[in-house]
Design a protein around this ligand. Structure first.
Ligand code: F3S
Ligand code: F3S
Length: 111
């Protein structure tokens, strides 16, 4: 289990959560941010600082946003559009910087 970022982050991308994560596992895509599910230690520090309450414990993802649990994982486990290698566990988001790309589902997501 892990914390995940849901639909309310799309096109908001406030980034307050990034500052709170003690292990630097929140990565910036294009329209939203994503939590690396293999690295998140479930500390919960990110959840209360999001101004649009986009961060949820995996089991508590709001109805209708279930797909975002998969998309948070897909962002790391499968090659992103235009790439041939999955991001995996790069060992911290700061060094990676802004990815500037989303999963196909998020790219095409209609708010
Ligand atoms: Fe998104 Fe909220 Fe973080 S809008 S980038 S989940 S602070
Ligand atoms: Fe990071 Fe803790 Fe959130 S490990 S992603 S601040 S739950």
């Amino acid at each position: 289990m892990t914390f995940v970022i849901g639909a309310d982050c799309v096109d908001v991308l406030d980034r307050a959560c990034v500052e709170e994560c003690p292990i630097d596992c929140i990565f910036i895509g294009d329209r939203m941010a994503y939590i690396q599910p293999d690295e998140c230690i479930d500390c919960g520090a990110c959840e209360p600082v999001c101004p649009v309450e986009a961060i949820h414990y995996e089991d508590d993802i709001p109805s209708g946003q279930e797909q975002f649990v998969d998309e948070n994982a897909r962002f790391f486990h499968e090659p992103l559009p235009g790439r041939t290698v999955a991001l995996g566990q790069p060992g911290g988001a700061t060094g990676v910087g802004v990815l500037g790309v989303d999963t196909v589902y998020v790219r095409d997501y209609q708010r």
